[in-house]
Write a protein that binds this ligand. Structure first.
Ligand SMILES: [Zn+2]
Length: 106
């Protein structure tokens, strides 16, 4: 038997809230405005950064902070959130990207 994942996005839209859409970082679990987070999307057997937030596929959100990328990648939270297993190469690419990000917020 399949269980459907509730579509929270639709619920938020239906309420016509004026708030900025909120997402939870997969690493630190902090809730932030969508703009403060980066989206990672899993498609075609690879996890990529979805710059524009429009790519189809299963996605997770993560702060654009180095510590969250490290936590997310090393603790397999991204894998878990995307229900996949990152390849070593994929993980390395993402870790490298994470290193280009600021260590913490201004
Ligand atoms: Zn975070």
């Amino acid at each position: 038997m399949k269980t459907k994942t509730p579509k929270y996005d639709n619920i938020v839209q239906a309420t016509r809230s004026k708030h900025v859409p909120q997402r939870t970082c997969v690493a630190c679990r902090q809730t932030r405005g969508k703009r403060d987070l980066l989206r990672l999307v899993y498609s075609n057997d690879i996890v990529e950064i979805d710059i524009r937030g429009k790519k189809p596929g299963r996605g997770v959100y993560i702060c654009s902070l180095r510590k969250c990328w490290e936590t997310g990648l090393k603790g397999n939270r991204i894998d878990y959130g995307l229900r996949t297993k990152l390849s070593a190469e994929n993980r390395r690419t993402l870790l490298e990207y994470g290193r280009s990000l600021p260590e913490k917020e201004d």
